[in-house]
Design a binder for this molecule. Sequence first.
Ligand code: 5AD
Ligand code: SF4
Length: 502
Amino acid sequence: MDSYIDLQNIGTEELGHVDLDRVDVYGSPPDVEPQRQYYFMAKCRQIVKSERERLGRPLYACIQTLGCQMNARDSEKLTGILLDAGFEEAAEEVADFVIYNTCTVRDNANQKVYGRLGVLHGYKRRRPHMKIALCGCMMQEASVVEKIKNSYPFVDLVFGTHNIFKFAELLYTSLVSDRMVMDIWQDTDAIVEDLPAKRKYPFKSGINIMFGCNNFCSYCIVPYVRGRERSRKPADILREIELLARDGVTEIMLLGQNVNSYGKNLEQPMSFARLLREVEQVEGIRRIRFMTSHPKDLSDELIAVMGDSKKLCRHLHLPLQSGSTRILQAMNRRYTKEQYLSLAEKIRREIPDISITTDIIVGFPGETPGDVDETIDVVQKVRFDNAFTFLYSKRTGTPAASMEGQVPEVSMKQGFDRLLHVVQDVARQQAARLAGQTAEVLVEDVNAHDGSLVTGRMSNNMLVHFPGGRELIGQYVTVALKQCKGFYYMGERKAPAINDSI
Ligand code: 5AD
Ligand code: SF4
């Protein structure tokens, strides 16, 4: 028994280095986190190992992610746990364990999940030992959970956003059970640190700095499914970034639904701008991005930090949602068209090389073609470098769902097409301004369509494709921007030079 490790006595710093095969899994589980989850990872590992031996092959897990960067980061955490549990990663859904990390911001994401479940049911009929799991935002909706219980009884595991840190424990419960395991929490204060994560890219990573949202924009379901705003402590964030930097990460993206209100409810309040100044000090980090900013909370202090910084990327995603003050008010966005315009102008003035992108919703209840004109006017004045445009999607339980004046689909689509046309025009013109310049590019991958090219990202988040090999992945190279293709560039590698980065 001596060689067994008792997790009760292991500090959080060391947990990531513990040999899970030596963990004592016969005693009772620790009641503190994250030790408890490591105990269950070790338990899962035993089961996976014996299954491997029985089948004479590895066990595969497939993680499918829908939605935003927060979900992408959550999926890296799920992957980390599945790998520690002994699974191997599979790209295909024909696997032993398939998990869908869902999104519910718009209804089409929900429909996609139901569609995929039909397909997965087919796979499961042929491979009865297969386990199907669902997690993420969609699972926080009571109506979804009811539907899964009634119409998709072959699903094995369902959990939500608040208890994702318990995944190892839930996975174990599911592996030893042949009933549907379901655990959905309504809310939580818990922020569990120090669980494993497996990054998609070795050189870049997302980092959660806060969870939840307190804004209650009237169309948005996020506050209901992700709960109230909770900020991580600066020390925990900095420690995570330092560890990532030591592990070869050079580009980070700080993640939160509304990063500009970071730190307001910490025991020792701290502004987002202050956090950025501290993150900048971390050695080895070359690029810092963040997402998403609410215009009402974007401070002059933040603009100043961005203006000064060599590491903060020249990109700001600043959701507009609508250019009509009347609609903005009904959306509960708490800014007017004029306030947005003057904020954007200030940003462009203080940080001239910045790229501003946005999100816009068309078809909010009560929206008229005149309101769409106002939105188009803002697009033309701000000159967005890119805009994600969405058709309004009615989300049950949000105030907008029961508002009068729901816009018929045909009118919505007309407004959407008119707006898209302008958005694309402006974005093309904005992109074309860079032709002939050089930019520092972080190479991310071999081009998906042409193996002789690599694809990288400029500081302003725009993609560049240029001739090069796999060995460049993760490297910063100077690229001449030769040909603008609308939203991306074709380029040519130059010898690295100083002072010419975009
Ligand atoms: N319908 C359409 N788009 C929405 N978004 C959020 N909720 C809805 C909805 N109900 C969009 C917003 C947000 C982005 C992430 O998704 O533009 O910024
Ligand atoms: Fe939704 Fe508004 Fe919160 Fe963004 S800020 S997540 S749109 S409620």
